[in-house]
Design a protein around this ligand. Structure first.
Ligand SMILES: Nc1ncnc2c1ncn2[C@@H]1O[C@H](COP(=O)(O)OP(=O)(O)OP(=O)(O)O)[C@@H](O)[C@H]1O
Ligand SMILES: [Mg+2]
Length: 271
C-alpha cells in the first residue's frame, strides 16, 4: 500500500455504520393518558444488522407494536436515539425504504389482489430509488400466481396475508416491519407462511423486524430473538439463534431447537 493511500485511509472521517439497518439507543416512549403516564418502552437498545431478521417476543402490552411504530416514524421517541438505514426514521420512511405488514391484512375489499399490491404506488408514490417491483412478480413470490384478479373475499386468511406481504414489498423496501402478521392463522398455514417468509427474506435481502406471541415462530424465523418484559416495556434478553439454513418446519423436532424454545419459555415466564 502506498503512503498516499495509507494517508487516505487514516484521514477518512468516521461515517455512520451503514451496515446496521436499525439502531435504537436508550429509547423511551411515554404516553400521557387520563390515568397517568404510561411508559410503553423504557431505555430500549437494540441493533439489527443489514439483512438481519430479528423477532420480538413478549407479553401483551410490553411495547412491541410501539417499538415498530417508532422505527417506522409513526410515533416519536420521548427520548433516546433512533437510527434507521443509516439515517432518521423519518428520512427512511420518506424514501419509502420501510414496508409494514399489520396483524390483519387490511386489504381494500373492492380491489383485486393485484390492485391491492399496487396500492402503495398510487397513494404514496414510488420509492425515491425508483425500485418499484412488478406486482405480478410479487404475487408469484408469495405463491399467488393465478389469483391476481381475485377479490379479498375470495381468498383465505393466509392468502390475504400473502397479498399484504406482497403489497409491503412493492417499493422493494430495505426494512420490513411485521406486527403479528400470522397471528390469526391456524398452525399449519402459519408454518407454511413461516417457511415462505424465510424464502422471501433470502430472495429480497431485506432486513426484517417481526413481532409474534409464539415462541416457536420467534425461534424458527429469527437470527436473533429479543425478549421483552411489560410495565414498563423493556428488553429482557437478546438471544442469538444459531440454527442451520435453509430452515424447514422439521427443524422444530431437533434437540437444538427444543433447547432454544425451552430457554425462551423460561425467560418469558420470568417476564
Ligand atoms: N397511543 C397510545 N396512547 C396511550 N397508551 C398507549 C398508546 N399506544 C400504546 N399504549 C400503551 O403502551 C403499552 C404498550 O402497547 P403496545 O401496543 O406497544 O403493546 P404490545 O406489546 O404490542 O401488545 P400486544 O401484544 O397486545 O399487541 C400498553 O400499555 C398500551 O396500553
Ligand atoms: Mg401489538
Amino acid at each position: 500500500m502506498s503512503i498516499m493511500s495509507q494517508t487516505t485511509v487514516l484521514d477518512r472521517t468516521p461515517v455512520r455504520d451503514e451496515s446496521l439497518a436499525v439502531r435504537l439507543q436508550d429509547v423511551t416512549v411515554r404516553f400521557p393518558t387520563e390515568r397517568g403516564v404510561v411508559t410503553a418502552l423504557e431505555r430500549v437498545s437494540l441493533t439489527i444488522p443489514s439483512g438481519g431478521f430479528l423477532t420480538l417476543l413478549g407479553p401483551s402490552g410490553c411495547g412491541k407494536s410501539t417499538l415498530l411504530r417508532v422505527v417506522s416514524d409513526l410515533i416519536p421517541a420521548t427520548s433516546g436515539q433512533v437510527e434507521v438505514l443509516g439515517t432518521t426514521a423519518a428520512a427512511a420512511r420518506a424514501r419509502r425504504d420501510i414496508g409494514f405488514v399489520f396483524q390483519d391484512a387490511s386489504l381494500l375489499a373492492w380491489r383485486t389482489a393485484l390492485e391491492n399490491v399496487q396500492l402503495p404506488l398510487e397513494v404514496g408514490g414510488r420509492s425515491k430509488r425508483g425500485g418499484a417491483r412488478d406486482a405480478r412478480e410479487l404475487l408469484a413470490l408469495v405463491g399467488l400466481t393465478g389469483w391476481e384478479n381475485a377479490y379479498p373475499h375470495e381468498l383465505s386468511g393466509g392468502m390475504r396475508q400473502r397479498v399484504a406481504i406482497a403489497r409491503a414489498l412493492i417499493n422493494d423496501p430495505k426494512l420490513l416491519l411485521m406486527d403479528e402478521p400470522f397471528g390469526a392463522l391456524d398452525e399449519i398455514k402459519r408454518d407454511r407462511l413461516n417457511e415462505e417468509l424465510l424464502r422471501v427474506w433470502e430472495e429480497t435481502g431485506a432486513t426484517i423486524l417481526f413481532v409474534t406471541h409464539s415462541i416457536y415462530e420467534a425461534a424458527f424465523l429469527g437470527q436473533q430473538v429479543m425478549l421483552m418484559a411489560a410495565r414498563p416495556g423493556r428488553v429482557r434478553e437478546i438471544v442469538p439463534v444459531d440454527l442451520p439454513s435453509p430452515r424447514r418446519v422439521a427443524l422444530r423436532e431437533t434437540p437444538q431447537f427444543i433447547a432454544l424454545a425451552a430457554h425462551l419459555r423460561t425467560v418469558l415466564e420470568a417476564c
